[in-house]
Structures are given as structure tokens and as C-alpha cells.
Design a binder for this molecule. Structure first.
Ligand SMILES: [Mn+2]
Length: 424
């Protein structure tokens, strides 16, 4: 783990510079009638969960190139997540994937506590066959044509809830790869009926204080049709299941150029936005680092979220979901957490009264300029000050590199075989 003294050491040489940048931005925002401390207080409270699977090195469908000191199991993963949290102070919770992270609840809790972490939404895995599994998911899981396979997938989801309850999680996220690769391979309607019936059985086992999230995805691994292919189908599912069922929006699960911020607005309007899996993409479900390709789109999503902040009961969960092939996953996840925070801070700067006025008078140019003015503002001093005041690092990546963490853990973590592909 990262020692507090090592963080302090890293902060020492840049604290003065950070303070004067904060002062300068504060003066600038003052002239726009924005109180910088109020923005910082909100940013400081902002949290995004880290996916346990994100701290491992992912791969492509072609190959996987292992990194130095990769986590061997969930306990190593929680250590890595603890590093991300101690440096960024923005990621206090971890989202588990079962059965990859299956372990005794008391052991999970103890390790999380050691790293000052809690557990976010549980993720089930019905897109892969596990060792000793009776029924294969090759042709689907919750929507499989065989009832016994569906039941196995239902039971697995119920098991995820059970473990989640023991470790303080409050949500289950379901994503399935079910679909088809050929026209005619499945009957769209019957397959969706089977999916709904199975998901209802999972929902029936959901504790009162839990939420169920379903994630849509346009394609992959099924390449002709996917059973939960878009937000419309996802919305139907959430409506069919009940009040505790919501839609989860993974930014990478849409066709290129789709207006995701508008989907977000629609789901908010009808009370069904449950949360996010943040990442970025250029072509498909690339799972690139959040904000690395289109930071303006991320900002526009946050613009909708800030706009809805006062909607009663509005409380979406925020998680990262990315895969790292060419970077140190800890560095990528830290940068992504900060990018999400940045988009939030920028969205908080939007002059909403002015925007509404421009919308009402159909002044398109000034309306869009109002958004741009917020987006163009360099909010880095706000993020840095928020981290610094919570004993995090002003510059997390520098502090992490200086700590030599990866090198140190590599002594206990043998290199993993690079054979095979494998991305989720
Ligand atoms: Mn996802």
C-alpha cells in the first residue's frame, strides 16, 4: 500500500503552485458569480466505484499481454483498489464480479476494511462457462432455450445477491451476452420472453433495500442480435420488473455517434436511470479510459446529471468499466476517476439560469456557448485541492510512480501467462 508520508512527500514540492492556481481560478470564477469553495465541496463528495476486474490487465480478442505485478486474486485486487482510493480520494468502493472474485464474506470484508474500501454493485457472470458448470452458456443464459440452463443462471444471480448482502452491497448488475449470430437462429420474441421470466425470478429474490440494474449492449459477443440491445428494451425490462429495477448505461454499449446524453435525459425523466459504467470508445465497446476520446460527450452526460440533481429520489450509481491493454491499470483507473470528477466539476459551472433563458428565446448560439464556457474552464485546481484536503495526492500519477508500488508488489506476484485473448 501507499504510505501517507510518501503522498505528503509528493505533495510538498507542488503544494504552493496548486494553491496559487486555485486562487487564480477562484478569482476568475468570482467574476462569473461562482463560489469556488462551493464547487470544491461538491466535487469532494463525488465518488465513482472501481471495478475489481479493471485492476488486471485486459486484452483484446486476439491476445493479452500481461503486465508487471498483476493481481493474483481478489485480495491483491483490493490492495490495488486501495492504492487508487488513497491517492485520488474519489473511489472508496469496489464493484465485484462473481465468480471471479468469489471468497469468504468475512475475508472480503477484512481486506476491504484494511484498504478503507466498501463494496458497490455486485456483477454476475452469465457469459462464460466456469469450471465444473453443468449447463453451458454457449447459446445463452437467462434467455436460453433450455429451462435448466436458465435456472442455473437465475441461481447464480441469487448467489451473487447472497454474497453481496453479506458484504454490504446494495445492488446487482446483470449483463448477459445472450443473442444470436445468424438471422433466424432465435425467435426475438420468445427469447425476450424467456429473458423477462428469468429476470423476474431474480428480481423476486432482491432484498427490499437493493436495486437491480440491467445493462444494454448493442452487440458482442452476439453479432447479429442481442437480447437487451438498446435503452428502449432496457427501459421495458425495468418497467416490467418493478420499482427497484433500473437501467444501467455503459457508455461503450451504443452505436457510434448515438446521442447518449439524450438517452440519459430520457431515463431520468421516466425515473429509470440506475447508474453508469464509464469508459470511452472510438468504434465499438472499446473500453478505453474514460474521457480519453470524447471528453465533451462525458461533460454533456454530466450536464444532464447536474440538471437533474434536485429530482426527488434521483441517485444513480457511478462505476468505471474499462479494460487496459497498454497502460498500468492503476494509473488508468486513477486518471479515469479524475476525468469523471472533472466532467462533474465542469457541469457544475454551467450557468443554468442563462441557459434556460437562451433555450426559451431560441438563441441556439448563446445556449451552446453557455455549455462551452463551462466545458472550457480548467477545473484541475478544484480537483487537486479536493484531493489534497482529503490527504490524497495533488498529482496521483506522479505520486504513484514515485512510490514504486508496482515494482514492490511484483516480487510477490509472479508473471501471469499471456496466452489467449479475453476481454469483457
Ligand atoms: Mn459494463
Amino acid at each position: 500500500m501507499i504510505k501517507q508520508t510518501s503522498i505528503e512527500q509528493s505533495n510538498e514540492s507542488i503544494e504552493q503552485e496548486m494553491r496559487s492556481n486555485y486562487q487564480a481560478l477562484g478569482d476568475h470564477l468570482d467574476r462569473r458569480s461562482i463560489n469556488i469553495d462551493k464547487i470544491k465541496a461538491k466535487v469532494s463528495k463525488y465518488q465513482v466505484a472501481v471495478p475489481s476486474w479493471g485492476v488486471g490487465t485486459g486484452g483484446t480478442r486476439f491476445a493479452r499481454f500481461p503486465g508487471l505485478g498483476e493481481p493474483r486474486h481478489i485480495f491483491d485486487k483490493l490492495d490495488d483498489c486501495g492504492v487508487i482510493q488513497s491517492l485520488t480520494q474519489a473511489t472508496p468502493s469496489v464493484s465485484l464480479h462473481i465468480p471471479w472474485d468469489k471468497a469468504k464474506a468475512s475475508d472480503l470484508l477484512a481486506k476491504a476494511q484494511e484498504n478503507k474500501l466498501t463494496f458497490d454493485a455486485m456483477n454476475s457472470n452469465c457469459f462464460q462457462d466456469q469450471k465444473g458448470q453443468v449447463h453451458s452458456y454457449k447459446f445463452g443464459s437467462l434467455s436460453h432455450s433450455n429451462a435448466a440452463t436458465r435456472q442455473q443462471a437465475i441461481d447464480h444471480n441469487l448467489e451473487c445477491i447472497e454474497l453481496g448482502q453479506a458484504i454490504g452491497s446494495k445492488a446487482l448488475t446483470i449483463w448477459v451476452g445472450d443473442g444470436s449470430n445468424f438471422p433466424g437462429q432465435t425467435n426475438f420474441t420468445r427469447q425476450f420472453e424467456r429473458y423477462l421470466d428469468s429476470t423476474k425470478a431474480v428480481y423476486a429474490g432482491l432484498p427490499e433495500d437493493w436495486r437491480l440494474f440491467t445493462e444494454h449492449k448493442m452487440y458482442e459477443p452476439a453479432f447479429y442480435s442481442t437480447v437487451v440491445q438498446d435503452w428502449g428494451t432496457n427501459y421495458m425490462i425495468a418497467k416490467e420488473l418493478g420499482d427497484r429495477a433500473y437501467c444501467l448505461v455503459d457508455l461503450g454499449h451504443h452505436a457510434p455517434n448515438v446521442n447518449i446524453e439524450m438517452i440519459v435525459a430520457r431515463l431520468i425523466q421516466f425515473g429509470k436511470l440506475g447508474g453508469f459504467h464509464f469508459n470511452d470508445s472510438k468504434y465499438g465497446d472499446d473500453d478505453l479510459d474514460t474521457g480519453s476520446i470524447d471528453p465533451y460527450r462525458l461533460f454533456l452526460v454530466f450536464n444532464e446529471l447536474v440538471d437533474a440533481e434536485n429530482v426527488p429520489g434521483f441517485d444513480p450509481m457511478h462505476m468505471l468499466d474499462q479494460s487496459h491493454n497498454v497502460t498500468d491499470p492503476i494509473e488508468s483507473l486513477m486518471v479515469s476517476a479524475m476525468e469523471v470528477q472533472r466532467a462533474y466539476a465542469q457541469a457544475l459551472l454551467v450557468d443554468r439560469v442563462a441557459l434556460e433563458g437562451f433555450q426559451d428565446t431560441n438563441d441556439a448560439l448563446m445556449a451552446t456557448s453557455t455549455l462551452k464556457e463551462a466545458f472550457r474552464t480548467d477545473v484541475e485546481p478544484i480537483l487537486a485541492m479536493a484531493r489534497f484536503e482529503k490527504n490524497g495526492a495533488i498529482d496521483p500519477v506522479s505520486a504513484y510512480r514515485a512510490s514504486g508500488y508496482r515494482e514492490k508488489v511484483s516480487h510477490n506476484r509472479p508473471a501471469v501467462s499471456g496466452a489467449g485473448g479475453g476481454i469483457i
